[in-house]
Design a protein around this ligand. Sequence first.
Ligand SMILES: [Zn+2]
Length: 442
Amino acid sequence: MESLPSTQSLTCKLKLLLTQEQAEAVRCTALAYRSALNHASAVAFAHGKMSQGMKLQTLVYQDLREKFGLPSQMACNAPRQVAASYKTLWERAKSNATHKAQGWTKRRYRGLDKAPKFTAMTVTLNHRRDWSLGKEHTVSIGTLQGRVRCRYEGWSRHLDWLEHTAEQGITLGAAKLWQDPVSKVWYLLVAIEKALDTQAMDNITTVKGVDLNRRNIAVESNTRGKCRFYHGGHEKHLAERAASTRSALQAKGTRGAKAVLRKLALRERRLNADTAHCVSKAIAEPRAMVGMEWLKDIRDRTERRHSKKSSPKRRKANRKVSSWSFAEVQAKTAYKTRLAGGVPIWVDADYTSRGCPVCGHVGPENRPNKGLLFVCAQCGHTLHADLVAARNISMRTLLIRQDWVRTGRLSAAPEASGDEAKAARLQRYAELRWSLDASSGL
Ligand SMILES: [Zn+2]
């Protein structure tokens, strides 16, 4: 069980307007920090691929201070960061072992075969000790050559929050110096906590479901029957074109081709991020409870489809799936909904596109020829298949809203309490029937 969060964490990306001299000081610091990370990584590797931050810190702290010249905070941050990376790698190795045991993959995880190398130009900075905000959009950053004070630019909303931290309910956290590898421009990525409008979240007036799928980016429907399709036509076209260019370049395999491939990958990622931003912004609204499908296992599901036996058609479909990051759209929708004063929740994804919202009949025969149209084999109810899913999700969301009102406790995501509890939830979902008066009990 989860209760309503009172804050939302997010990152403000600030472009630093550094003089040449300041940029050099920042660059030297990042180089020293990167060497320190790689040193700590080698030590951790030699000590059983260690993932405990404090232990690693004891081993390397003195060296990082004396040999790499790091100030004390950075000499603590570096081993912590390295240990955290090892922890992630260990988790991946473990999940790979499970997947191998299940027969989903034959590949052995190689991420822990040698010490991970840190190549990015980044420095982790603690608030107040290594970085602090000044007046009139300035920031002060600790470097090996002393403090650097400069102006910054950023998204107007973020600038407003940082200018008025107290009024806007902003708490500042750690920051990361980061150099864009292409433009070579330095940014400060500031982690913040924003206080949420809990009053709006307590006064829900709309309940809606959002279905993410391959044809459209998203389809939403509220329990009053209002719906909206977010088409990705243009983006889909671009992604497909990029994919064909990519395979041509991969076949070429030269150094130049590889460089172009890297640039293409970056552009595609940006494009996807833009789309995710626009869609999630449009979905988020105040006093709305926004239900999404619990897709925690989606990576495993797509991974399994990548077998050698897959047909070219299947592979083409996979490419489209993997280029859309459902997780990214969901995560953005969740945090934008919270910031707008709404409540995001997750429901079980089972049968959302196969169950009839009107009579409850479930089955693959409700999708004749696996087409775009849903035609209920029992009652004849006919609707766009993606809208069926969005409506089913909206009804499940309404059920959770009603539970919340009744018990005072919100279950924001399906509980991991075993098959029995899940079966009970699915049983309740199966009894839901679509009617436009359903939302009267908000
Ligand atoms: Zn039906």
